[in-house]
Design a protein around this ligand. Sequence first.
Ligand code: SAH
Length: 218
Amino acid sequence: MAPVAETEYLGARRHLVQLLQEQGIRDLAVLHAIDEVPRHRFVPTGVRHRAYEDSSLPIGSGQTISQPSIHARYLELLHLTGEERVLEIGTGSGYQTALLARMVAQVFSVERIGALLDRARDVLCEIGVRNVSFLLGDGTLGWRQYGPYDAILVSAAAPTVPPAYVEQLAEGGRLLIPLGEREEQVLNVITRRGDALEQVEAGPVRFVPLLGKESWES
Ligand code: SAH
């Protein structure tokens, strides 16, 4: 099936892309992906009219879809070339999964809440995204089977780095993870250089908690 042309909300989406450019997002692949992916399809119908505002929105099961500017910053920090195999922890709505799928070769996405994963999988299928594999389970353990990954994006916050992420990160690969307290964290960018890890802080963020064996208890 050919991907459905997404003309609905086109003006609102262009406006959002412009806003992100004004905020300093320069990576054209990121801006293109945001221009093409229909964010309104990933949020509940009751908040659809707000889909192209730069705000986080509830997606059910007590979780939220992040602000578009956070996704843009996250993706820009990865400096993607299009060839990568990427592990995403916390599928949530599947919106970031769809952005990633447009920007890389293959996405592996793990979510612990079945209802969210099912919905995300359906929407991605409806809009014609094919290069994503899903796993229902505890993402604090990563997804060993398909590693190592060129990038690992963690969409939920942890107190410390779960060891599996370092193990499953390829040479030169980047791990993005919010680290800190349950309410407030700092986005960390960790790059593997041989056996050493280079760690840079990229500013304060606020994410929902990563819950599982190697993070906070559920
Ligand atoms: N990028 C997503 C963010 C969703 S919020 C979006 O924009 O929609 C973070 C998600 O991480 C939630 O869906 C939550 O259920 C999930 N999560 C939390 N702990 C997890 C774990 N251990 N394994 C997998 N997913 C987890």
